[in-house]
Design a protein. Structure first.
Lengths: 317, 239
């Protein structure tokens, strides 16, 4: 145990924790959105994220021609590469999410299947996608080429503020803001909220439930895809199992905040990112996953409804 | 705009809930379905609006059979429902709830202010509460909201499911006065009620439903004086 490290590097760790938390928050939004409309934990969501990281990789090396041994790009070329990778990752994840819904959930739902059957289908899809990528990648991790020079912008209270993490935090904030606008202001967003509160009445109002569900998976996928790009930009590698650990943490974040509650997912994401970073400074990073599992178990034991203690039904999103 | 239900059969699993019911609602009428709990009243409305699938029979809306049409499309035809239990979107404001009533209207923006004004005129209380969450309203206010929301789509036929349920006597009077007022503006109404007294006073014609069958059909005023109906549903006949 190393409390000295936590004390000395507290602000640096806190900054890293916020960046990690932003990634968790983006992923957990997908869990919580889908739970809101379907009352289903979409266990394949972690693989939606995983596919996003590979899509970013393909975009960087395939489309933009960045090689691992290249020097980082600068100026307009760098910005263009970043944007292309982000967009491709978002699109790939969103399309995956929508396909998962059509293949694995829709038919079950239309036949009135039980929650358990759908849950098993979700886990099945998750395993299939992991194994598919295990085969494609020969079980090997993949390195992400460095697109941008990573520099320290400034130091504050002993914390070195690195540019890529600043970008991640700001961009994630913008994505969250955009999602909030979409959910509260647009017609489709209101449809999502209505379905999550009362599906039958929404139908009576003329809401096409299937379309709303597709849009929900798409929106969740967009967020996961953005998270995937931010993750790979900061950590610079991915593998077929990346979804598992990130997924568990993001799911924990959603449960921590109160699943079905969008603000809860955001809060849970940042809280978990911070807690994981602080505690892994004390116990070592090997304990990171243990810590999120412990938090998950504690939340389920003590306050199963999450910190915000309300579902999307009551939430004024 | 005429609603005609022909020989309708509906199942819940293997149980037949509606056993060949025929009901006609003519343009401009208030028609009521009365009956005890479990008679199939709510199932009738759910089937007409498409939430329950039809086993056999027809639902003719202005002559067109809509029994196979997806529920969300039926709202666009001018068929609107204030559902059982009111179905308020509790996390949305009163205004947002009302806007949901126009979800699919192409001319939503243009007509919105006009229709809001109409609903607020009928239910001034909703205007006062416009920015309050639907879940914070009293039972009576929620019922006003459910009916007001159903009116936002400019319905030709309005389906009302137990509008008096759980309300205080004064509020029940109030709601039924407004139902009569809505009918006078030309909206055809199919009303499902356990409060047979009020329903029969307000309606033009009535059907008595017993375990999935229509056992009686008559002018509402005749049923009010029918000894059997009084004994079974008005609790005053058997002296």
């Amino acid at each position: 145990m190393d409390f000295a490290l936590l004390r000395d590097a507290f602000w640096g760790l806190t900054f890293d924790g916020i960046a990690l938390g932003a990634i968790y928050a983006l992923i957990s939004l997908g869990y919580t959105l889908v739970y809101g409309v379907l009352r289903l934990i979409n266990f394949a969501h972690s693989e939606v994220f995983m596919i996003g990281t590979f899509a970013a990789l393909v975009a960087a090396s395939g489309i933009m021609g960045v090689k691992v041994e290249d020097d980082p790009r600068t100026g307009g070329s760098m910005i263009l590469t970043l944007l292309v990778c982000l967009l491709v990752a978002m699109l790939a994840s969103a399309i995956t999410a929508v396909l998962v819904e059509i293949v694995a959930y829709r038919r079950l739902r239309q036949r009135g299947a039980t929650k358990l059957a759908t849950l098993i289908s979700a886990i099945g899809v998750s395993i299939s996608l992991v194994e598919l990528f295990r085969i494609i990648t020969d079980s090997l991790p993949r390195e992400f080429p460095r697109i941008m020079e990573k520099t320290f912008l400034f130091s504050y209270a002993g914390a070195d503020i690195r540019n890529d993490k600043v970008i991640v935090i700001i961009a994630a904030g913008l994505m969250m803001f955009a999602l909030e606008r979409f959910i509260t202001k647009t017609r489709l967003g209101k449809g999502i909220r209505a379905v999550s509160m009362d599906e039958n009445t929404s139908t009576l109002m003329g809401v096409n439930i299937n379309r709303v569900i597709t849009v929900t998976f798409f929106a969740g996928g967009i967020m996961a895809g953005a998270a995937a790009f931010f993750y790979i930009l900061v950590y610079e590698n991915t593998s077929f199992k990346v979804g598992f650990f990130l997924g568990i943490s993001a799911f924990t974040a959603a449960v921590l905040g109160g699943i079905g509650n969008l603000k809860g997912a955001l809060f849970g994401g940042f809280a978990l990112g911070l807690m994981e970073t602080w505690t892994s400074a004390v116990f070592g990073t090997a304990w990171k996953a243990v810590i999120s599992f412990i938090i998950l178990v504690l939340v389920l034991l003590i306050k199963p409804t999450g910190l915000f203690g309300e579902s999307i039904q009551q939430a004024r999103v | 705009m005429r609603l005609e239900i022909k020989d309708l059969r509906v199942h819940y699993g293997k149980i037949e809930a509606i056993k060949g019911v025929s009901v006609v609602v003519n343009e401009g009428e208030i028609v009521t379905l009365i009956g005890a709990n479990g008679a199939g009243k709510t199932t009738m409305l759910k089937t007409i609006s498409g939430l329950r699938p039809v086993t056999s029979g027809q639902i003719l809306f202005n002559g067109e059979d809509i029994s196979k049409m997806p529920a969300f499309k039926r709202a666009d035809l001018g068929l609107s429902q204030a559902p059982e239990g009111r179905g308020i979107f509790v996390g949305m404001t009163v205004l947002e709830n009302l806007e949901m009533g126009k979800y699919n209207r192409k001319d939503r923006k243009k007509e919105m202010a006009e229709d809001l004004e109409k609903v607020y005129h009928l239910f001034p209380r909703l205007k006062e509460r416009a920015f309050q969450a639907g879940g914070t309203l009293s039972g009576g206010e929620q019922q006003m909201l459910a009916i007001g929301r159903a009116l936002m789509s400019r319905p030709k036929v309005l389906l009302l499911d137990e509008p008096s349920m759980g309300l205080a006597p004064l509020m029940i009077q109030n709601i039924f006065n407004i139902i009569t007022e809505i009918n006078k503006t030309g909206v055809t109404i199919l009303l499902v009620e356990q409060n047979a007294q009020q329903a029969l006073q307000r309606a033009h014609r009535a059907y008595v439903l017993e375990v999935g069958n229509v056992v009686k059909e008559a002018k509402a005023s005749d049923l009010l004086n029918d000894p059997a109906v009084r004994a079974a549903y008005l609790g005053t006949g058997a002296h």
